[in-house]
Structure formats: C-alpha cells, structure tokens
Design a protein around this ligand. Structure first.
Ligand code: GLU
Length: 416
C-alpha cells in the first residue's frame, strides 16, 4: 500500500482533536499553515572533483511560544511534505512537554551512507549556509534527527560561528560535550521513552516483569530504549533494523547487540543469538509491548489487523497512521503518542540550550531527574485530558498541545 502524504496525515490527527475540543475555525486555519518554509539547493564537491546538488528544506511551523525547534534529517526519502509534517509535530511535541519552543524541522534528500566523511562535512556546512538567514538561538534551533549526529552538529555549529563571527553555540543542540553539549543528550530520547513506558504500564496496571517487548529500529532511539527497558525488568524479545532483526523468546542481550552492530557495519542483521526476523516483524509479534522506533507510517490501515500488542509506545515520529490509530483504539490497544513518548530528546535539547545560555553545566543526575519530572508531568497532563474528554491518548495529547499554543496566540493576538 502506498504511503499517505505525511502532512495530510498529520492534519487528519489535528482535525480530529480540533473537532473534539471545539477549536474555533480561524485559529484552526492559522495553525494548519506553516509560518515559513524554505527550500534550498546544496551544491557539494564530491571527492572525485565533480559536483552534486542536493535538495534541502527547513520548515518552521509555529513560533508562538518560542524559537522553532527540531532536528535535521538526512535521508533519500525526505520530501517537503515530510519536513512540513515533522515540523508541525514538533510544535505539538514542545507544547505537550511544556518547553518554550515552537516547531521546526529540516531535511536534506541524500543517502549519507554513500558519502565519504569529507563529502558529508561539506554537505552539512553548505546546507547550514543556505538556511543561515532563518536560524539562530532566538529564531530556530536545529538538532540531530535520522542519520545526523553530534559530529554533524559540531560542523554545523562551526559553520554558523564562522559566519556570524562570535562563538554562539546555542544555535544547535545535540552537540558533542566538548562543544557545549549536554550530558545525557545522546540517551535522552530513549530515557524519555523509558520514563513514559513506566508511567503507561502503571496507568494500565501492567507489571514490567510480565511484559515482553518488541522494538523496530536499532539506531539511537531504538538501542537506548532497548537498554533502558531491560534496566526496568522488561524482557526485550525482538529487535530489528532496516535490514532485518532477531527474535529470542528468552530475552535479548542488548549490550551484546550494540557491540555486534558497531562492529558489523551498523546493522544487527545476522546477529547470531536468536531466530532471524524481518524488519517489520516486531510490529506484529505476540508480545505485550511494541515500540516502533524507526520511521513513519509503519502501522497502517492495511496491516493494523496483524498487531497483537496491548501497548504501543510511538518512539519514532508518526509510525501509526490516523486510521490505524482509530482501529487500535477501538480494539482497546493503549497507544502512547509520539509527541509525548519521544519528547525526551527535545526536552534535553532544551536543557542544553538553557545551559549554553547561562554557561553553567549540569551533572547527569540533574539532567535525568529533570527529564523525568518533565516527562512524568506531561504524561499525567495528557491522561487528565484523556479522562476529561474520554478520548484516545493521541487526541488527548493534541488537545492539550493545541490548547497551550492557541492560548499563547490569543494572548499575543494576530499582528497587525
Ligand atoms: N529530532 C528529535 C525529535 O524529533 C529532537 C529534536 C530536538 O532536539 O530539537 O524530537
């Protein structure tokens, strides 16, 4: 089945929540549009001397509550509508956890695995020069996303600094520690998923020791999530990445799998201690908990009937379509929405930005306890809305977020 347009898909979730909460139509109209979208061309000199031109985007959906915030993705499937959807989600994600940002996102249409380090560096730097007029610590603060990492943030930060002429490091988050990164930023999304999963299991009355989990994705989010679920006594029985995966009913040794991945070209495909499975298999396994931690629209109308889990925690952005979410809700599956479940990354990005701005750095214990406070509070705020309106958790998270952003906009008024 063909993937739906991701932005139209995102609007469907918004419309549903807006309808339930009775959002006025003028406000809805404004919130369904982006403040600013930039398309750029990124010429890069390749190692053999010829030039390639890559297409890049940066979208800023809404800045009513603060600078735009959101990652930069390098992926061959990046499209304008995907970047628009992702920045739209960032607005609601930041609002759900109540951090002072709006929503932004960027992407470059490229397969970075085909680039040398030098080509990757030149691509990263040139892309930043192209979007430079619209980014900055008070305007729009990018961060890592799919296939981008602290080293790439370091090149981007340096490029920004070379252009403005002073060491403004708060323009990017997810930087290496030596360059003003925050302790705990790398693990942050996985940590957030752990805290949210704890609360979700408590809320529906499932004992972690009786929970078996299957995870799709073994990049930054999937691997830290797997590690932290095991820490909480959950048995992780299946993990996959883009190339394949492994199932072991006795539980997987996550640390060993991380070592395997790091010494086998970045994939766990072929990992020996279990039965080989496909990339999508974890989504449909007979387990209590499923965690999609890779890309969007993996659980859709055409395959939702195969889902057997009781709880799904959306660690990726947009892994379940609105129609699939409706079917799952009807069946009584408890779906923890992405804008809540994976907000740990951007929350620690906020801590990083705040630390940069007052040049005082926190210990890891402080990062974790503050993250836990933000995530736990957001979870309970969402559940209060869920109970008040008697809706599914995704609609509840949107209602909460839309209410927060809309009320900031009403107070400011629409200029002029
Ligand atoms: N890319 C992450 C996300 O989708 C983090 C964004 C950030 O830290 O700004 O939430």
């Amino acid at each position: 089945m063909k993937k739906a347009n991701p932005f139209e898909e995102a609007l469907r979730t918004f419309d549903k929540a807006a309808g339930i909460m009775g959002l006025d139509s003028d406000m809805a109209k404004i919130l369904k549009n982006h403040e600013r979208v930039l398309e750029v061309s990124v010429p890069v000199r390749m190692d053999d001397g010829h030039y390639e031109v890559f297409k890049g985007y940066r979208a800023q959906h809404n800045t009513a509550k603060g600078p735009a915030k959101g990652g930069i993705r390098f992926h061959p499937d990046v499209t304008l509508d995907e970047v628009k959807a992702l920045s739209f989600w960032m607005t609601w994600k930041c609002a759900v956890v109540d951090i002072p940002y709006g929503g932004g996102k960027g992407g470059v249409v490229v397969d970075p695995s085909k680039l040398s380090m030098g080509e990757l560096e030149r691509l990263s730097r040139r892309y930043i020069v192209e979007i430079l007029p619209i980014i900055g610590p008070n305007k729009d603060v990018p961060a890592p996303d799919v296939n981008t990492n602290p080293q790439i943030m370091a090149w981007m930060t340096d490029t920004y600094i070379m252009h403005v002429g002073y060491p403004e490091i708060a323009t990017f988050t997810g930087k290496p520690l030596e360059l003003g990164g925050s302790k705990g930023r790398i693990e942050a999304t996985g940590r957030g998923v752990q805290y949210i999963t704890r609360e979700a299991l408590k809320y529906i009355g499932l004992e972690p020791s009786k929970v078996r989990a299957a995870i799709q994705g073994f990049g930054n989010v999937g691997s830290y999530t797997a590690r932290f679920l095991v820490e909480d006594g959950i048995k992780v029985v299946a993990i996959s990445d883009a190339f394949g995966g492994v199932y072991n009913p006795n539980g997987l040794d996550v640390e060993d799998m991380i070592r395997y991945r790091d010494t086998h070209g970045g994939t766990i495909n072929g990992y020996p201690n279990g039965e080989p499975i496909s990339s999508d298999d974890p989504l449909f396994m007979d387990v209590e908990l499923v965690i999609p931690a890779a890309l969007d629209e993996v659980i859709r109308e055409d395959n939702v009937d195969k889902v057997r889990a009781q709880v799904i925690v959306e660690a990726a952005n947009g892994p379940i379509t609105s129609e699939a979410n409706r079917v799952l809700t009807e069946r009584g599956v408890f779906v923890v929405p992405d804008i809540l479940a994976n907000a740990g990354g951007v929350t620690v990005s906020y801590f990083e930005w705040a630390q940069n701005r007052y040049s005082y750095y926190w210990e890891i214990e402080q990062v974790r306890s503050e993250l836990r406070r933000f995530m736990t509070k957001a979870f309970h705020n969402v559940m209060e809305v869920r109970e008040k309106y008697n809706v599914d958790p995704k609609s509840a998270a949107y209602i909460l977020a839309i209410e927060r952003v809309a009320s900031a906009m009403r107070l400011r008024g629409i200029y002029p």
